[in-house]
Design a protein around this ligand. Structure first.
Ligand SMILES: C[S@@+](CC[C@H](N)C(=O)[O-])C[C@H]1O[C@@H](n2cnc3c(N)ncnc32)[C@H](O)[C@@H]1O
Length: 462
């Protein structure tokens, strides 16, 4: 019914919902998650929905408690009714209000926003805010963007750990050569020296950067901090030459969807800097997708009035969204898990065919496509896809924004929000239980078969 009304109103952003919690909630909470993707402004909560606890105070049944806690992230107005009707011996207006406040305070989502150092706290004010992804190859990033990157302690700690472990895998007497490709203002160079110090290894470090503004900071840091232990090389890694071949190439050219800041293309050029048995940090990265319902994000994408606004991905800190797919793969193997991997890039490419300069002849090896089949357990409307990435830096040290694995791999990492790929076609309603994505929504790189073309400003709330 809601879908019919909002479709008739052409998704007018002034249309909002009030949920009436008078009837008992369904026992399967998955059915309710769809409301997370809608503009629920009010929740109507009559005293008759409450039950009495052992001391006679009004409390809510467990499923309703969880639903209210989850909904608190959207800051709905809770309308209490019938609080003077004497349904509970220890009732009264204050008891009901205090209980609702308690649910708000103990809501994990609200607590995460209040806790310093969490992504949710860092992203305050950026929830569901659409940003164009960065294009660090085409654009020279301003200093303020590098400053935002550098606020992420987790990313740099993991890079340091990866370098440290890679250094330990070389013997102490070796004079290593490390190349930091795309060094920005130098945070990875600084971490490289920390890792060398921890591992008690010696290395010559080269830092390559094509952004003249960032290069000035590198020069200043060389002068003040690093001295002759660093060679600074200005230019595009796809064309320049470096004085030494490296054992380890360190880069951070990753986008929220893995390759969308053109890491594969840039690293193809930089592989010339590596010794035959040299390694890359990261060694690989994968892109992941899930079907997404969010009338808020869909409306935001449409509202820019730009013809291409529904043909471009956006970096977004998701809040009012619902992933439509089921959390597990189906037993018969027909449908994969809730979030599925679509493709991978590895560095260095062992199978590469290269020209005399060590560069690939074409870029066709970086083209990717994928077909995925998702299990959709509950009816809902598909507005687009959620995109995530994971990267292996070295060994079992990695980076991840995959919703199920990020906390194990790189908890509280701030650098990347997910991507939202809106669908240009009218939102697709799923009425049946088992549905796969329609065929025309498969290919990522081909604008004619996929309503989204990758354009690459910001990766997170910066
Ligand atoms: C995402 S930033 C990371 C910077 C830095 N490593 C950090 O972690 O703060 C990527 C950097 O790579 C540089 N870059 C991108 N493509 C490049 C290329 N082809 N050659 C040289 N530098 C490049 C950009 O200018 C930018 O400074």
């Amino acid at each position: 019914m809601w879908d019919v009304i909002r479709s008739m109103c052409d998704y007018n952003p002034r249309l909002t919902l009030t949920l009436d919690l008078t009837p008992a909630l369904p026992t399967t909470l998955g059915v309710l998650s769809k409301w997370a993707a809608e503009s629920v402004r009010h929740v109507f909560l009559p005293s008759s929905t409450f039950i009495a606890n052992t001391k006679g105070y009004p409390v809510l049944p467990k499923p309703t408690q969880q639903f209210i806690r989850d909904s608190m992230i959207h800051q709905p107005t809770i309308i209490l009714a019938g609080v003077g009707e004497g349904h509970h011996s220890r009732g009264g207006e204050a008891a009901y209000t205090q209980y609702v406040r308690h649910l708000e305070k103990t809501s994990p989502a609200v607590q995460a926003v209040k806790k310093e150092g969490t992504v949710e706290n860092f992203a305050k004010g950026y929830q569901d805010y659409l940003q164009a992804p960065l294009q660090p190859l085409m654009d020279n990033l301003p200093s303020i963007t590098y400053q935002t990157f550098e606020q992420d302690p987790v990313k740099y700690a993991l890079y340091e750990e990866a370098m440290y472990r890679a250094f330990l895998d070389h013997s102490a007497g070796e004079n290593l050569v490390v190349c930091v490709a795309g060094a920005g203002r130098g945070p990875l160079v600084a971490r490289c020296f920390k890792a060398l110090n921890r591992a008690q290894r010696e290395a010559t470090v080269m830092a390559v950067e094509k952004n003249s503004n960032a290069f000035v900071t590198l020069q200043e840091r060389k002068h003040r901090e690093w001295g002759d232990s660093v060679y600074l090389i200005f230019g595009d890694m796809r064309v320049i030459d470096v004085p030494l071949k490296a054992d380890i190439l360190v880069s951070e050219l990753l986008g929220s969807f893995g390759d969308n800041e053109l890491s594969p293309e840039c690293l193809d050029g930089a592989m010339r800097f590596l010794k035959l048995n040299g390694i890359s940090i990261p060694s690989s990265y994968t892109a992941h997708l899930a079907p997404l319902s969010s009338s808020k994000l869909y409306n935001e994408a449409r509202s820019t009035k730009n013809e291409k606004s529904l043909e471009t991905p956006y970096v977004v800190m998701f809040q009012a969204v619902n992933i439509l797919s089921g959390t597990k793969a189906t037993i018969d193997g027909r449908c994969g898990p809730q979030v599925q991997e679509c493709w991978e890039f590895e560095h260095p490419r062992r199978d590469a065919v290269l020209d005399a300069r060590g560069l690939p002849f074409t870029n066709s090896h970086n083209a990717r496509s994928a077909t995925m089949r998702f299990y959709i357990p509950h009816a809902g409307t598909l507005h687009g896809l959620a995109g995530y990435f994971e990267a292996v830096l070295y060994g079992n040290v990695g980076l991840s924004i995959h919703p199920h694995r990020k906390d194990q791999v790189s908890k509280d990492m701030l650098s990347w929000f997910p991507l939202f790929f809106p669908f240009k076609v009218t939102p697709i309603p799923f009425m049946r239980l088992k549905t796969a994505l329609p065929d025309e929504n498969r290919a990522y790189r081909n604008p004619s078969t996929f309503p989204v073309t990758p354009s690459c400003k910001s990766r997170s709330g910066g």
